[in-house]
Ligand binder design. Structure first.
Ligand SMILES: Cc1cc2nc3c(=O)[nH]c(=O)nc-3n(C[C@H](O)[C@H](O)[C@H](O)COP(=O)(O)OP(=O)(O)OC[C@H]3O[C@@H](n4cnc5c(N)ncnc54)[C@H](O)[C@@H]3O)c2cc1C
Length: 418
């Protein structure tokens, strides 16, 4: 099996890299074990919400110099200010072409609503979801919040309290109809994705329209949990045209319907461009000749190797098992690349769970071109992208998706320029 580029891991980083490379004429394969962090997405992509010292960031473009001083190995520091700006400026259009519609702008963070109803800064938010320009104000005075009776992954009471604290009146309406009764028989089935599958069917969507219309309300907007639009396009437009009101979605607890939809859309875009996506296979090991990886082996393909000019490692962090932590070390299990971690395990974590945790910033070491390093030697044809990278704390700095997308675009361009 011969390809120009083999991408290991098909989450946000692997898909962005693959789409860019396919679009520019490469023949790529993505091999991916399973679910990615997108399945748990908040519905927003963060670029940079806080500097490593905790300073809040409103305008990411203005702080890359300070970030570089505080965290010289941060992926954004490796990109440098100009590339950081250039790459982040093209992301909205890039994602739209891949079928993922987002709103937002890298020059100024906006605010998204969390599943608890609070507001948090972010960069890009899926188009259907509620976004705010201000950190203490929603864009409406009166909201009608609808939930499906028995859907417990959506905390309406907390949301109403938060919205009222922000000065917006919010009235809850519970709706129930035959299609969801089947799911209600078993509470473990009453999950966002299962409900969304129901609303992918026309007759159930029309039932939802009827339920929304039965409520007399003078609200400016109808807000629903994100339980629609899994595989069907333009669900909100369909609802809005029939109920004659603006309709928005709020994130639920995972699994994330908008995140899974984004993953599906990007996979389709990659395949439409001719890419090969192998889901459910796991890359196990590779053969090297000198400083290049020449053959890669996966679980499903046994001793039949993948052969390629470039390898991109996008296997994610601990969550996706791109990094493995054992008592005395943190290691990268596929290519055995060098990992930056602290030798003394006691320094990995802080007993205060709200403090920054050192282990969050452990990751695979790279040079400034994101090439992987093995026993101190930079590998010529191995690139590393996404949340497996060293030098940043996605949770504390609010930069997870930004690192994945920008490192993926940078590496794709780098490979094409070779
Ligand atoms: C639960 C969770 C929720 C998050 N939510 C957000 C959010 O809402 N907004 C935000 O900005 N950031 C969020 N982040 C940060 C997140 O890391 C990035 O946003 C981004 O999605 C990570 O993408 P990735 O492609 O680097 O890794 P991942 O999404 O982890 O994808 C890695 C993929 O590689 C595959 N893989 C691993 N090992 C192998 C192997 N050996 N062979 C083949 N495939 C393999 C995995 O199965 C997985 O599909 C979240 C992170 C987590 C863990």
């Amino acid at each position: 099996m011969k390809f120009d580029t083999l991408i290991i891991g098909g989450g946000l980083a692997g898909l962005v890299c693959g789409i860019y490379l396919q679009k520019h004429g490469q023949r790529c394969v993505i091999v991916s074990s399973g679910q990615s962090a997108l399945h748990f997405s908040s519905g927003s992509f963060d670029l940079l919400n806080y500097l490593p010292d905790g300073t809040p960031v409103e305008r990411p473009f203005e702080v890359i110099g300070a970030l570089k001083q505080q965290s010289p190995r941060h992926p954004y520091a490796k990109l440098g200010e100009d590339r950081f700006k250039e790459l982040s400026n093209c992301v909205v259009d890039f994602l739209a072409e891949a079928g993922v519609q987002v709103v937002g702008n890298p020059e100024q963070n906006h605010y998204r609503v969390t599943p608890m109803g609070t507001l948090k800064p972010t960069w890009l938010t899926f188009k259907e979801q509620v976004v705010c320009e201000q950190e203490d104000k929603l864009p409406w005075k009166k909201i009608a919040l609808f939930n499906i009776t028995g859907f417990l992954d959506f905390y309406s009471r907390f949301i109403i309290d938060e919205f009222q604290r922000l000065g917006t009146e919010c009235v809850l309406h519970e709706i129930s109809f035959p299609a969801v009764e089947g799911l209600r028989q078993n509470p473990t089935e009453m999950r966002s994705v299962n409900i969304a599958r129901l609303f992918d069917k026309q007759e159930n969507l029309d039932e939802l329209v009827r339920a929304l219309k039965t409520v007399e309300t003078d609200c400016e907007v109808i807000v629903l949990p994100a339980i629609a639009g899994l595989s069907r396009d333009n669900v909100l437009t369909y609802l809005e045209e029939r109920v004659n009101k603006k309709v928005c979605l709020l994130p639920t607890l995972p699994p994330s319907v908008p995140g899974i939809r984004a993953q599906q859309q990007m996979r389709k875009a990659f395949e439409r461009l001719g890419g090969v996506y192998m889901l459910g296979d796991t890359v196990l090991k590779a053969d090297r000749e000198g400083n290049s990886v020449v053959r890669v082996y996966s679980y499903n393909h046994g001793d039949i190797p993948f052969m390629m000019k470039n390898v991109v490692l996008a296997t994610g962090s601990y969550f996706s098992q791109g990094l493995i932590a054992v008592p005395d070390k943190v290691y990268e299990p596929v290519l055995n690349l060098d990992v930056d971690f602290i030798a003394n395990r006691k320094e990995w974590y802080d007993m205060n769970v709200f403090a920054p945790q050192a282990y969050e910033a452990f990751g695979v070491k790279t040079d400034d071109d994101f090439r992987g390093i093995s026993q101190g030697q930079v590998l010529d044809n191995v690139y590393v992208i996404g949340s497996i990278l060293e030098g940043f704390n996605a949770i504390k700095q609010g930069c997870g998706a930004g690192v994945s997308i920008l490192s993926a675009l940078y590496v794709a361009k780098r490979i094409l320029s070779k």
